[in-house]
Design a binder for this molecule. Sequence first.
Ligand code: CMC
Length: 436
Amino acid sequence: MDASQSNAPKSATLTIGDESWELPILNGTIGPDVIDIAKLYGQTGKFTYDPGFTSTASCESQITYIDGDEGVLLYRGYPIEQLAEPGDFLETCYLLLYGELPTAAQKADFDYRVTRHTMVHEQMSRFFHGFRRDAHPMSVLVASVGALSAFYHDSTDISDPQQRMIASIRMIAKIPTLAAMAYKYSIGQPFVYPKNELDYASNFLRMCFSVPCEEYKVNPILSRAIDRIFILHADHEQNASTSTVRLAGSSGANPFACIAAGIACLWGPAHGGANEAALKMLGEIGSVDRIPEFINRAKDKNDPFRLMGFGHRVYKNYDPRAKIMQRTCHEVLGELGIKDDPLLDIAVELERIALQDEYFVERKLYPNIDFYSGITLRALGFPTSMFTVLFALARTVGWIGQWKEMIEDPSQRIGRPRQLYTGATQRDYIPIARRK
Ligand code: CMC
């Protein structure tokens, strides 16, 4: 309902038995109105029940807006399509953090500030050497980002706006360095220090793919592609990992530790791990003629198999990021001269068949961003174990922006959901000798 509709109801009435309560209705600038239940327990002695938060707005935010039915994604009001084409990732970071697009001078200053924080403390490299060689890069990233909290005590006073901003810039600047170190460690190659003359995406590609014994020239088309992938993943309002960061931060915890909590949440296959799972699934399907078999498995309620990269909690239409990702995928394969990628052929055909199938149409299951990102990242040279790491790198700005917004919200309190208790009622302890 539009906030400008003056005849829109201002409250909702809740009736339980013969008692009624008026609950205020709050309007956003766009999107559904919300029923304010903050005082519900105090007034009625009852909680609401919403596992998975499908009908619950957990906070007020001005950063990102999604219209899942229309397939719209806005960062600070700007459609993702407009930001992904002409701009670069650091411009999106500035927009998400400050709320406005930067002027040329502001952008140059921001780029400078981020670039000057790209190195990590040298002791961090010794920290890395404590991991097993075969550790998953996501486990290394969770731990190393958490470890930043031990390295930057001076930015832990979260009540100081300047320290909050320094922590934010440090996070955005250091996450590519840590992500690249996690990769290099996993393949047994030396860490590559950041090179500040390069842009954010090119520097990251160089830290991942260069070796000290050879010159490395960044391909501008590929660095543009990775930059666009970062923009597409930068924020996505109150998803599981962002809500995790907010909840962890709501207790006043160290921001680097909160981002580590977000990375841990992102790792799961239902969230950031889906691009890895989607690529594995395409490999498992193996050939176009086996698609019907897998479509049938996805529809079979007795089979746990799902089409990875399909469906979304919020998008009940084509994910706008998936369209840009599909284009980027073709660009990357074109630039690398990959004319026939069997996995891309399977993906295109799978999408075509699923979009015509009644099961998927009825449930509004469309490809999400992860459907094409795996093929693209693999073509760029990343192993599947790095896919979620790249997602975490890009989402860091969203997490830190949402964390900052929460800390700066005067109504902010510690997050403390309640429960519907269905366990044992009170009973008396029985000494072990008397138990049967
Ligand atoms: N394949 C087959 N059936 C599906 C799928 C799928 N990928 N996704 C949902 N369904 C069915 C589901 O079985 C249910 O059917 P029914 O109503 O008959 O029981 C119906 O669609 C609704 O599904 P749901 O599980 O209630 O929906 P949800 O909002 O809880 O789940 C989701 C959203 C993304 C976890 C789910 O669609 C899924 O598991 N997709 C595959 C994993 C994936 O691609 N995840 C990436 C999400 S996008 C990246 C990100 O933002 O992190």
